[in-house]
Design a protein around this ligand. Structure first.
Ligand code: ATP
Length: 290
C-alpha cells in the first residue's frame, strides 16, 4: 500500500512579537493561513528503517530532514514495528518563511499514523509534533488560526474571504536565527493590530484584514534585503490590496481581488528575472483531502 499526502505551505497574515522570553524564545501572536502551494509525500511500508528520497538535492535525506525526524518520532512514540520508504516532491520554496519543513513533518506524522493504522487523534499528533518544531502543530491542523506562545497555542479563526494570492520568493537566503538575533524590541517597535485582524476575519471583511497586516520581523529582514520592499512595491503598483513578507522571510505575498491584476504582477516579477513566483489562494483543510 502506498499512501500519498499533500503538505501545504502557510503565510502569516499578521505576525507580532510580544517579548523575548528568559529561555531565548520569543512569545508571538500570529495569524496563520494555509495556502494552495504544496509538497507531495508518499509513504510505503518496508521491513525496517526509514529511507527518504527527494527530488531536490539541496535538502538532506538523513536525520537532519524534518521528515526523517517525524517518522522516527512516530516509530519511537508508538513502538511501530517496521520501517517506511518516503518520497518527497518539493514545491514549497525552501527556507522561505512558508513553514515548508514543518508542513512536511506534519504530513509525515499523519502519513505514518495512517500507514500503520494507529488510532491517534490530530490533537495527539500536535502534542508530539511540537518536539520537532513550534509550527508543526499548526501544520497538523491547517486552515486559519491564531498562533500564540512560540506558535504552538492555537485558536481556530474563520477563513478569510476569497482572494487571489501572489507568492514571490527572492533568490536570497535569510536565516531565521539571524532575524531573531537582530530583532530589537523597543517602545518604538511597530506592532500590527492582530485583534483588529481577528475582528475582520469574524466580519468577513477582507479590506480591514489586509489594511491591518503587519510583520514585526520585516523590520529586520527588509532593511538587510531591499529586494523585499521592491517586490512589495511592484505588487502594490500592479493593484495588490496589500503586500507583506511572510514569517522570517524572504517570501513576499500580495493579496489581490482580481486574477488579472495578480497575473500582471506575476509577469512583471518574472520579467525581472524572478523564478519562484506562484499564483495561489487561501485554503482550509475542510476543502482538501488532507
Ligand atoms: P519557517 O516558516 O517555519 O521558518 P522556512 O520556510 O523558513 O520555515 P524551511 O523550508 O522549513 O524554512 O527550511 C528551513 C531549513 O530546514 C532548511 O535550510 C532545510 O535544510 C531544513 N529542512 C529540513 N527538512 C526540511 C524539509 N523537509 N523541507 C524543507 N527544509 C527542510
Amino acid at each position: 500500500m502506498v499512501i500519498s499526502r499533500n503538505a501545504y505551505g502557510k503565510i502569516n497574515l499578521g505576525l507580532d512579537v510580544i517579548r523575548k522570553r528568559p529561555d531565548g524564545y520569543h512569545d508571538l501572536r500570529m495569524i496563520m493561513q494555509t495556502v494552495d502551494l504544496y509538497d507531495t509525500l508518499t509513504f510505503e511500508k518496508q521491513p525496517q528503517g526509514i529511507s527518504l528520497s527527494i527530488d531536490n538535492q539541496e535538502l538532506p535525506v538523513d536525520e537532519n530532514n524534518l521528515i526523517y525526524k517525524a517518522a522516527k518520532l512516530m516509530t519511537d512514540t508508538y513502538g511501530i514495528d517496521g520501517g517506511v520508504k518516503i518520497t518527497l516532491n518539493k514545491r514549497i520554496p525552501i527556507a522561505a518563511g512558508m513553514a515548508g519543513g514543518s508542513t512536511d513533518a506534519a504530513a509525515t506524522l499523519k502519513g505514518m499514523r495512517d500507514l500503520y493504522g494507529l488510532m491517534v487523534s490530530d490533537e495527539e499528533l500536535c502534542r508530539i509534533g511540537v518536539k520537532i518544531g513550534a509550527d508543526v502543530p499548526y501544520c497538523v491542523m491547517g486552515g486559519t488560526y491564531l498562533a500564540e506562545g512560540i506558535g504552538e497555542v492555537l485558536t481556530k479563526l474563520p477563513m478569510p474571504p476569497k482572494a487571489v494570492l501572489l507568492l514571490a520568493k527572492p533568490d536570497i537566503n535569510v536565516s531565521t536565527a539571524f532575524v531573531y538575533g537582530n530583532l530589537k524590541l523597543t517602545e518604538k517597535t511597530y506592532h500590527p493590530d492582530i485583534d483588529t485582524q481577528i475582528d475582520a476575519l469574524h466580519k468577513g471583511d477582507l479590506q480591514d484584514l489586509v489594511a491591518n497586516m503587519g510583520n514585526v520581523l520585516e523590520s529586520v529582514t527588509a532593511p538587510a534585503h531591499p529586494v523585499i520592499g521592491k517586490i512589495e512595491q511592484i505588487m502594490r503598483e500592479c493593484g495588490a490590496m496589500g503586500a507583506m513578507m511572510s514569517g522570517s522571510g524572504p517570501t513576499v505575498f500580495g493579496i489581490f481581488t482580481e486574477e488579472e491584476t495578480a497575473k500582471k504582477a506575476y509577469d512583471v516579477l518574472i520579467a525581472q528575472g524572478m523564478t519562484q513566483v506562484y499564483i495561489s489562494s487561501f485554503i482550509n483543510f475542510e476543502s482538501t483531502e488532507v
